[in-house]
Write a protein that binds this ligand. Structure first.
Ligand SMILES: N[C@@H](CCC(=O)N[C@@H](CS)C(=O)NCC(=O)O)C(=O)O
Length: 202
C-alpha cells in the first residue's frame, strides 16, 4: 500500500485516523503549492488532482479521505472508529456528515474563494469568502449548543471518525485564523481535548 499525502487538511484527516489506529503506511509527500497533484502521472491516480489517495496492494486507487478511512477500518477493526452496531454507526455517520458539511466544507469555502492558489480552479467570489467567514460564529454556536448535553465527543461518549473530521476542520480554522468564540465553552472543551491527543500532531 502507498499513501499519497500533502500538508493539507484532507490528507491530515487520514493521517490522524491512521495514528489513532496505530497503522503506519509507506507515504509519498506531494508539494501542493508546487502543483504536483496535477502532473499527468498523478492525475491517472486521481482525476481531480487531489490528495489523499491510497494505492492498494492490487494497484487500485482509493480517493476521498472518508473512503480511505473506511477501508483502513475494515482492515484494522480496532479501535473501532465508525460504530459497532446499526444505531451507533448511523449516529457517527450523521455527525461525521454534519462536521464535514457544516464546519469542514464551510471553512474550506473561505480558502477556495480567497486564496490565489485556487484562482484557476473555480470562479472566486471574495465577498462569498467573507460571508462564509462571518457565518462561522453561528455554526460554532450551533455545535456548541449540541455539545451542551455534556457528551465529550462529537458523536457520543467515545472518540470516533466524526472527531477526526472535526480535527481536520480545526486545522483549516487555525490556518485561516478563524477562532471559536469564547462563549462556546462546550466546543472549546472539545477543541482542547482533541488537541491533547497524540494523533493531533500526525
Ligand atoms: N473530498 C476530498 C477533498 C480532497 C481535497 O480537496 N484535497 C485538497 C487538499 S485538502 C487537494 O488535494 N487540493 C489540491 C489542489 O486543489 O490544488 C477528500 O476528502 O479527500
Amino acid at each position: 500500500m502507498q499513501f499519497y499525502n500533502a500538508a493539507a487538511p484532507s490528507p491530515r484527516r487520514v493521517r490522524i485516523f491512521l495514528a489513532e489506529k496505530g497503522v503506519e503506511l509507506p507515504r509519498v509527500d506531494l508539494d501542493l503549492p508546487g502543483g504536483e497533484t496535477y502532473s499527468e502521472a498523478f492525475l491517472r491516480k486521481n482525476s481531480l488532482g487531489q490528495v489523499p489517495v491510497l494505492e492498494t496492494d492490487d494497484g487500485s486507487f482509493i480517493t476521498e479521505s472518508q473512503s480511505i478511512c473506511r477501508y483502513i477500518e475494515a482492515l484494522h477493526p480496532e479501535p473501532n472508529l465508525f460504530g459497532k452496531d446499526p444505531l451507533e454507526r448511523a449516529r457517527i455517520d450523521m455527525w461525521d456528515r454534519r462536521m464535514e458539511n457544516e464546519i469542514f466544507n464551510a471553512l474550506g469555502l473561505i480558502a477556495l474563494h480567497s486564496f490565489a492558489h485556487f484562482k484557476d480552479k473555480l470562479t472566486q467570489v471574495p465577498a462569498f469568502a467573507e460571508a462564509q467567514r462571518a457565518d462561522m460564529a453561528g455554526k460554532f454556536a450551533w455545535l456548541d449548543a449540541e455539545l451542551g448535553d455534556g457528551r465529550p465527543y462529537i458523536g457520543g461518549e467515545r472518540f470516533t471518525v466524526a472527531d477526526v473530521t472535526g480535527m481536520g476542520a480545526a486545522m483549516i480554522a487555525d490556518f485561516l485564523d478563524v477562532s471559536i468564540p469564547d462563549s462556546c465553552t462546550h466546543l472549546q472543551r472539545w477543541n482542547e481535548n482533541v488537541r491533547a491527543r497524540p494523533s493531533w500532531s500526525a
